[in-house]
Design a protein around this ligand. Structure first.
Ligand SMILES: Nc1ncnc2c1ncn2[C@@H]1O[C@H](COP(=O)(O)OP(=O)(O)O)[C@@H](O)[C@H]1O
Ligand SMILES: [Mg+2]
Length: 298
């Protein structure tokens, strides 16, 4: 078993529509370690959902390499891909209507995907017990007999997380899971993710617009035009620091990195370039002993 749960190299995805080709991923390089909890941020249209859909086996990449859970997503046949989606990954969307049945209860909703599982994955615990355990993990056991249609958006989202875990995946992919809920629920959902990550060792990738949420994970990768442009890594364990400083100062605990691609290209943030007065497409570069200076042209 390799130490990376997701490994993608030079990943390209081209969407072809009737009169247009969109290159949604333009050589994405990204690895996610087993047991990691990380976030992907980036402007709308930058390719975040495309990447998540490729990793989740919902759509096929066009070129490059993509391995998840040591499986080559390129080499997979349709049948293998179907199995992969059922067993290896769990998916949570912003709009959870995609995996919920409104006329069934919370418990029935979580039990349902377990019915389609092969015996090997059922293990000792019966479906019902495990479904209850999952509802407990997301703090929804008290509403287990409520129909989904009777729950609030945030509560439905918590059930959606339990459903995504019903097949015991070791990777959870969440596409803007807090995009449609209030701040309090958003915090609660993040805590659920953190606990699942810490207690169950679940690897989790969250795509988010939520700056507060992004600040609370160990690594934040920014995607820009279908490529990784920068990365922020927490300097110390969030746990230790969180006790000392509050929510507001979390940003300062991250160390920022720009990412070099294979050709040595570097992408800089527009805002940063504006700050130093770069207007055109040239910068002045000066190599000093242990650093490289980038300045606006004279
Ligand atoms: N099914 C599709 N067909 C055509 N173009 C698509 C499709 N899905 C996404 N795109 C395009 O690919 C680019 C990346 O989209 P997406 O991954 O959804 O971005 P994000 O999730 O970061 O907002 C956008 O330009 C989008 O319009
Ligand atoms: Mg998206």
């Amino acid at each position: 078993m390799s130490e990376n749960i997701i490994m993608c190299e030079n990943l390209v995805k081209i969407y072809k529509t009737r009169d247009l080709e969109v290159m949604a991923l333009q050589g994405l390089e990204l690895t996610v370690k087993r047991g990691e909890l990380m976030a992907i941020v980036g402007n709308s249209g930058s390719g975040k959902s495309t990447f998540l859909n490729m990793a989740g086996g919902l759509d096929r990449p066009s070129a490059g390499k993509l391995f998840v859970n040591d499986k080559d997503l390129f080499a997979m046949k349709e049948g293998e891909l179907r199995k992969y989606k059922q067993k290896d990954v769990g998916f949570v969307w912003q709009n959870n209507a995609r995996n919920l049945f409104p006329y069934l209860t919370a418990l029935q909703n979580v039990e349902l995907p377990m019915r389609f599982m092969k015996k090997e994955k059922k293990e000792e615990i019966s479906g019902k017990e495990y479904a209850l355990e999952l509802l407990e993990r997301v703090g929804m056991e008290h509403k287990r007999h409520s129909k989904l249609s009777e729950l609030s958006g945030g509560e439905q989202q918590r059930v959606a997380i339990a459903i995504a875990l019903a097949n015991r995946p070791n990777l959870l992919l969440a596409d803007e899971p807090t995009g449609a809920v209030d701040t309090k629920t958003s915090g609660y959902i993040l805590d659920v993710f953190r606990k699942l990550n810490e207690e169950k060792g679940l690897s989790i990738v969250i795509v988010t617009h939520d700056r507060n949420l992004a600040k609370k994970v160990n690594r934040v990768v920014r995607i820009c035009d279908g490529k990784v442009s920068s990365e922020e890594i927490v300097k110390e364990s969030y746990e230790e620091r969180f006790k000392e400083v509050g929510d507001l100062e979390m940003a300062s605990l991250h160390e920022s990195f720009a990412v070099l691609d294979r050709a040595g290209r570097l992408q800089l943030q527009k805002e940063d370039l504006m700050k130093i007065g770069v207007k055109g497409n040239k910068v002045r570069i000066e190599v000093q002993e242990d650093k490289i200076m980038i300045r606006a042209p004279k």
